[in-house]
Every structure is written in structure tokens, then in C-alpha cells.
Ligand binder design. Structure first.
Ligand SMILES: Cc1ncc(COP(=O)(O)O)c(C=O)c1O
Length: 387
């Protein structure tokens, strides 16, 4: 019997070690990692500063509960706020939990303003997590199939279409929740200026704006947070994935006036913000800022896109290359779902979304040589299939 529930269909690979942009299997074979645990290990695997912070904390105190002060939470909350917008933080353990908390915060805030039951507008193609409220928020039906009854309170709007958003706003709406770039939806980048317009509409109609930066945050798009590509600031922002470079951690940041809607007892998490996660989070963010990792992601992202554009010349199956920083999608006209498995043979980890989009989200410390190697292997793999 397989003792695991079959929620995943893992590739036949058992990884035992990682360093920088490489991982190794149990037989000692190395793989160039273009996935980074799905946009998680932004500083690369086994980063020495993060690993040392974790080891040091583990030798002192794993866990104590939020019944007591956890000073590292205050440090990370201050650092996040100083590097984004004036905000208070709540820490949890994952992206879905961060969004779940954001949804609860929106509802509490609306209810305090006599707008109880206010709806949240979310977007076609979006992805916000796998809890019941976050699958309800998600703009893809397949994630809700068989899970009725699905919580109410969400309305879907076309992504990137400002007129559609304006049309959907009425007195029943309290907030808009959006990914600055859709990740699971296929690396969909909205038109330039769109996020700013979303902000303006939220201001006009007195709506809260929630940026789900679970995938786009922590330097991934070439700025510390994805919204920073435009002149706009969220009321609420959610983070997870790369927040602690691979140690499970999530966060909700909210403007103080919004954060006030949560009082003692409104929301909680046993593990959220525990000392181990916070030690990793502080070490990750300090390193990211000290080494200006976001700028590295910006530069290497431009290089990666230029190399992919070269590939497009010789591979007719490539339809579009899009993304920002090191969050890059290569949309193909053919089914390329063979790539992740075929990549293993050639020593590369690749991820494909919806059977036809290569999602490239490597560690942000990737070098030009490694980008050359990755694009070279992708080219070979496509060529071998005559694509
Ligand atoms: C934008 C976005 N939000 C939320 C989530 C859910 O995060 P988690 O898997 O940590 O619950 C993801 C995961 O891919 C994501 O990309």
C-alpha cells in the first residue's frame, strides 16, 4: 500500500542535497534547478546565512506559542514594513493561510464599517490557495470541483481589463484581491499601468486593495514586491513562499487602520511566526536587501528573456515569452508536458503549467552561465521532439 494520499504525482526523483542553484539526487547526480521549489528558495538552496540562523535558533528554542512575545516577529514585521508600506504584520505558515487571514481581515474591517457581507472581487485565472475560502477566491473552477459547499462572498472579473473591474464594482463590494502577475494562472502579466488604475478605482469606491504577493514577492519580479513596478500601494499584502527561503512561513501585512480590525482573539495560529521561521525570515530579508537581490533578479531576468527570444527564432512551437524579473513564462503552441521528466535525464529541473507553459522561477542568484546552460538544454529537449 502507498501510505501517502495521492494528492501529488511526483517525478521519479529523490533529492537529498542542494547548494545555490543546484540540487543532487541520492545517486549523486546534479540538477540545475529552474523551479526553486516553485519560487521559494530565492536565495538558492542551503544559503549559509539562513542555514546558520536556523541552526542557531534551533539550538536555543524551537517553539513557544504566541501566548508569549516572540521578538524575532517584531524584527521581521518592522523590516517588512520599512521595506514596503507602513503596515502591521500577522504571521502564519503558508500562502493559503496568509490569504485566508487577509479575507478574514477584509470581512472584519467591512463589518466594522457596517458593510457586513461585503464581497471580494478576484480575477479569472487567479490562484490564492487550497483552503475552502481561498479556492472560492481562486479564479479557476478546477480547484473547486467536488468541494461544495464553497464559501460565498467572491465575484470574478477578467484579469487585466480595467473596464470589466469598474463594471463589477457596486455597493455589495468591499475589496479587490489580485496577484500583480498571475503565477499558477500561466505567468500572466497585466498591461502596464493596470495596477495603478486598480488602486485608483479602489480609492474612488472606498475598497480595500489586497495584493497577493505569495509568488511575486521577495524579489522575484525584479523589485522586492511586485506592486513596486507601479505607483501603487496595497492596503493588505500577503506573502509566503520565499519569505523564509524554504522554511514554511507566511505573512499578512496591513495598513495600521485596517489591521486594527483584528483584536486579541480574532485570529491566531499555533505555529505562525514561530522562532525558527522568524529566524529564517529575518536572515532571508537581511541578505536580500544587503545583496540587492531584487536588482540581480531584474538583470538576470532581462538576460533570460533575451536568451529565450533567441530560442523562439529556432523553435516554432514557442508562441510567447513573458514575465518580469525571474518569473518568466514560455507559452508554447504544443503540449510540452514531457519537459519536466525529460529534463531529469539532462540534469535540469523544469516546471510546466497547463501542459503548454514553461514556468521559469529559478533561485534569484542564478548566473549568466547557468541561464545559458538552462536555455541550451530547453532547446535540445524541444529539438528532440521536433518542436
Ligand atoms: C499567488 C499565490 N497565492 C497563494 C498560493 C498558495 O500558497 P501555499 O501553497 O503556500 O498555500 C500560491 C501558491 O502557489 C500562489 O502562487
Amino acid at each position: 500500500m502507498n501510505y501517502l494520499m495521492e494528492t501529488y504525482s511526483p517525478l521519479p526523483l529523490h533529492l537529498v542535497k542542494g547548494k545555490g542553484c543546484h540540487v543532487w539526487d541520492e545517486g549523486g547526480k546534479a540538477y540545475l534547478d529552474m523551479v526553486a521549489g516553485i519560487a521559494v528558495c530565492n536565495l538558492g538552496h542551503a544559503h549559509p546565512v539562513v542555514a546558520a540562523a536556523l541552526q542557531q535558533q534551533a539550538a536555543q528554542l524551537f517553539h513557544c506559542s504566541n501566548l508569549y512575545h516572540i521578538p524575532q516577529q517584531e524584527t521581521l514585521a518592522r523590516m517588512l514594513s520599512e521595506n514596503s508600506f507602513e503596515a502591521k504584520a500577522f504571521f502564519c505558515n503558508s500562502g493559503a493561510e496568509a490569504n485566508e487571514a487577509a479575507i478574514k481581515l477584509v470581512r472584519r474591517f467591512s463589518s466594522n464599517k457596517n458593510k457586513s457581507g461585503a464581497k471580494i472581487l478576484t480575477f479569472d485565472g487567479s490562484f490564492h490557495g487550497r483552503t475552502l475560502a481561498t479556492v472560492a477566491a481562486t479564479g479557476q473552477d478546477k480547484f473547486r470541483k467536488g468541494f461544495d459547499p464553497i464559501p460565498a462572498g467572491f465575484k470574478k472579473v477578467a484579469y487585466g481589463d480595467i473596464d470589466a473591474l469598474e463594471e463589477a464594482i457596486d455597493e455589495t463590494v468591499g475589496a479587490v484581491m489580485i496577484e500583480p502577475i498571475q503565477g499558477e494562472g500561466g505567468i500572466r502579466v497585466p498591461p502596464q499601468g493596470y495596477l495603478q488604475k486598480v488602486r485608483a478605482l479602489c480609492d474612488l469606491h472606498d475598497l480595500l486593495l489586497v495584493f497577493d504577493e505569495v509568488q511575486t514577492g521577495m524579489g522575484r519580479t525584479g523589485k522586492l514586491f511586485g506592486y513596486m513596478h507601479e505607483e501603487c500601494v496595497p492596503d493588505i499584502m500577503t506573502l509566503a513562499k520565499a519569505l523564509a527561503n524554504g522554511f514554511p512561513a507566511g505573512a499578512v501585512l496591513a495598513r495600521p487602520a485596517v489591521a486594527e480590525a483584528f483584536a486579541p482573539g480574532s485570529h491566531a495560529s499555533t505555529f505562525g511566526g514561530n522562532p525558527l521561521a522568524m529566524a529564517c525570515g529575518v536572515a532571508t530579508l537581511e541578505t536580500m536587501i544587503r545583496e540587492d537581490i531584487s536588482e540581480k533578479a531584474h538583470q538576470q531576468g532581462l538576460y533570460l528573456q533575451s536568451k529565450l527570444k533567441e530560442l523562439k527564432q529556432s523553435h516554432s512551437c514557442i508562441k510567447e515569452i513573458r514575465g518580469q524579473g525571474l518569473m518568466v513564462g514560455v507559452e508554447c503552441e504544443a503540449d510540452i508536458s514531457f519537459l519536466p521528466r525529460a529534463g531529469l535525464e539532462k540534469g535540469i529541473l523544469l516546471n510546466v503549467i497547463k501542459d503548454h507553459i514553461i514556468r521559469l522561477v529559478p533561485p534569484l542568484i542564478i548566473t549568466r552561465e547557468e541561464i545559458d546552460q538552462a536555455t541550451g538544454i530547453i532547446s535540445e529537449l524541444l529539438q528532440e521532439k521536433g518542436l
